[in-house]
Design a protein around this ligand. Structure first.
Ligand SMILES: [Zn+2]
Length: 216
């Protein structure tokens, strides 16, 4: 797949999804114009960008539904800087040390359809960038065994929350007992998914949990 992508890039060089500039998926100039997410989410959730901004929306769509995996790498680089910033504050104030990165899992059916979990791709890039300096990665702890209705299709907040109750389970709880956690996802719309995942992890005995998403 990687070889095929490299060949495709030679034939069809990537273009900035916003302005069309060649040889990049999202040029720096357009990136710097993306509005930051407004802080209307819970204080432990850190979204990077405003999902309503069209280039961000398009980028998320390309990543999720068109298999443009490189988009995950691009955003992971920005996310990495933000995580490191937050970690330096948290280490001082709350002794938030040696956290474990955990991607929001996909249910088996969605994983089969898509072939990859975009949150996991972001984590893999974060781990590469970090080179074991600040955190570890576990993708076999938080699982979503059953398919739930797609959150984005449920408009009512209460129903969204209800749709998710009990949807996550923990495996290998020994890995996360008394550990700090950083949850990772691509989009956090209402924070309902993060909240349910956090509840499940807390019940398994973790310490503090924070969460990062590309868009909100
Ligand atoms: Zn551009």
């Amino acid at each position: 797949m990687k070889v095929l992508n490299a060949i495709l890039d030679l034939i069809f060089p990537p273009k900035c999804i916003s302005c069309g500039k060649s040889n990049t998926d999202f040029c720096l100039k357009c990136f710097s114009k993306c509005p930051q997410a407004e802080r209307e989410s819970a204080e432990w959730i850190f979204p990077l960008y405003d999902y309503r901004y069209p280039p961000i929306k398009k980028a998320m769509w390309l990543l999720k539904y068109k298999g443009k995996r490189r988009i995950a790498d691009l955003f992971a680089e920005i996310m990495y800087e933000r995580i490191i910033e937050e970690l330096s504050d948290l280490k001082l104030m709350e002794n938030f040390c040696k956290p474990i990165l955990i991607p929001i899992p996909l249910a088996p059916r969605r994983m089969r359809e898509r072939g990859f979990n975009q949150a996991e791709l972001i984590c893999q890039k974060l781990i590469k960038l970090d080179n074991k300096k600040n955190f570890e990665f576990k993708n076999n702890v938080l699982l979503k065994p059953k398919d739930t209705e797609h959150q984005a299709l449920i408009k009512d907040r209460q129903k969204r929350l209800k749709n998710l109750v009990g949807s996550f389970v923990i495996k290998n709880a020994q890995f996360i007992k008394n550990r700090n956690i950083i949850l990772i996802d691509d989009i956090s719309t209402t924070g309902a998914t993060f909240s349910e995942a956090r509840k499940t992890l807390k019940e398994a005995g973790t310490k503090k949990i924070i969460a990062f998403a590309i868009a909100h």
